[in-house]
Design a protein around this ligand. Sequence first.
Ligand code: SF4
Ligand code: SF4
Length: 712
Amino acid sequence: MTQLVFILLLAASLVFFARTVWLFGRAAAAGVADPRSRVDDLPGRLADVGIYFFGQKKVAEEGPQHRTSKHHLFIFWGFLVITIGTADVVVSGVVPGLSLALLPGAIYQPLYALIDVSNLIVLLVIGWAFIRRTVVKPRLIPMNLDAGLILGAIGALMVTHLLYHAYGIAGEMAAGGRAPGWMPISSLVARGLAPLTPEAAARGHAIGYWLHILVLLSFLNYLPYSKHIHLLGALPNIFARNRSARRMDLPKLDLEDDTQWGVGRFEQFSWKSLLDTYACTECARCTNYCPAYNTGKNLSPMQLVHDIRYEMLDRVELADEIAELDREVARLEQFGAERGDDHPSPDLIDARARREAAQHELDTMPKMTGGRIAEDTLWACTTCGACQEVCPVFIEHPLKILQMRQNLVLEQEKTPGELQRTYRNIERQSNPWGIGNDKRMDWAQDLDVPTIEDHPDPEYILWVGCAGAFDARIIKQTRAMVKVLNAAGVDYAVLGHSEACTGDPARRTGNEMLFQMLAEQNVEALKTANAKKVVTSCPHCLHTLRHDYPQFGGDFEVVHHTQLIDHLYKDGKLKTDKSAVGTITYHDSCYLGRWNREFDAPRAVIEAVGVPNVVEMARSRRHGFCCGAGGGRMFMEEHDGTRVNVDRTDEVIATGAEAVAVACPFCNIMMTDGMKQRNVDDKIAVVDIAELVAQHLPDVPVERLARRKKDV
Ligand code: SF4
Ligand code: SF4
């Protein structure tokens, strides 16, 4: 009888759980096809699961804005071990007598020792997790009902498992046996319970067993509705993660298909983007690292991921309810017709009313893009990638934001005024500043700069970029770069007036139409120039040329100027006089560092120049803090909170450095502005890596070197 009750309970519970998983899976499957294969390189993907899911590699990482959640590691691994014990309990419930105890003692005893000790460890760590949430109160990790239920359920699973075994051992002791040494914790508890009569021990054993099973099955079915849904979502999400070098994986928008311009509704995301939302562990790392959140903007990447999930589940649930009511209405109508009713029955009237109410609720639900997820949330993002970088389960937040921006701009026509101006400037003058394109080569006046017409088929095309050509501060940087190239005898030429904005500000703000026009134009210009290698000082241009232009047939080897300068030093083609003095710090550009994984070349160049003191900011390399200009924010006002560039400037000031080296025109502009805002512009210099090198070149006239290069 007990066995039958157990089997029925287990079966009902598993069926309910399977139904929930199917419903949730179906919701994610409503997404559009993902443009990238998620099953290629199977061995690599399986290794990822081993390293990042079972090994918890990213959870174990520490950073300047988060400590390792060590307790989470113990809970996770302990839980995995205990799952073996729980499976043993379940199997022996279905088939009495079938248990791990049938295994040879050499296997069974160490295994159960491990399970027994893990039980206690997890219980202690759960206690710590409870204290942490209620007393320590880490930022963005609140104690709420869901957290309380989950911690309580895991704790109850451990306690009941311990009691089940302890009473079992107490029963054996009551019958004259000995407590097994391989179950030290349960044996200890059993000794505390003894002396017991065999009947009392059996009762305790049975109660422990049933409580354990009831908690287990309740936990299993609550899980998908709680934050612990990540136990189901994390593994497939890690398996299907983007493993390519193109980390910001924005697909090319089909502009002919006017049924989908960006993502306005949840089902317009790819299934992988929707799967992301089930994987979130609510660790809050993404939000803790987000420059927008940290400076008071209405953007929490963690909340954004949750909002997409709520949007999806709310709509799917309502759609299911409507479908169910449709069936009920049809059934009642047929029933009435068969009976020959002249009037609808009260049940039919009620069903129709409920169907109408559900439809009304669905129709009046705020839209996702620009509704549940507010416009200012989407515009606050600098696309710095810090969120994606730290996420332990590889959720891609910026991709979602960019796709929703596309919808705001292209479909809803909700473009902020500053961006409308920027787009107009690009359309009319091929640059966001709106300066006449006929002035694109003015920066090169009095310099010996070969254009593609003067010097066809060079080794490198020097991609100047709009900031490099039109912004007064960045023109100095471009001129310095030319000085360095000429000094090292690099074979290069510029496109001159046939270069146009790469389209980065358009693509990163959702104006895919404008971007595609620019991409096609530039790819054509580069192909006409027979370009094979491109060097640029702008990481935004670099990213677009390297990762976006292949979608338009533009496959070029694109390097950043710091990478080329580093090679020139290493090849002995560049020599500086090593007379540098002072202390310098380096500010990582998000688009060079996080998105293109170049952290070392700029630092190597600083070292080659010979600056004696180099200090790192606390937030550097992978965890570098944005300057605030990425994602088109360069051309937008910051209306809320404090300024991102000022936050970063304060960090520079805190290092005590006399200069901050940058490797990006936007960073240069933002940091220069930050120094002015903090009134330290006369004390701390902002210097591009190329400028730093140029300042330390032997004093040889640039023109002479350039002529020499040409002579060669
Ligand atoms: S990309 Fe940067 S700014 Fe945007 S949500 Fe992520 S951390 Fe925040
Ligand atoms: S999205 Fe990733 S980093 Fe952010 S809370 Fe979820 S799991 Fe943590």
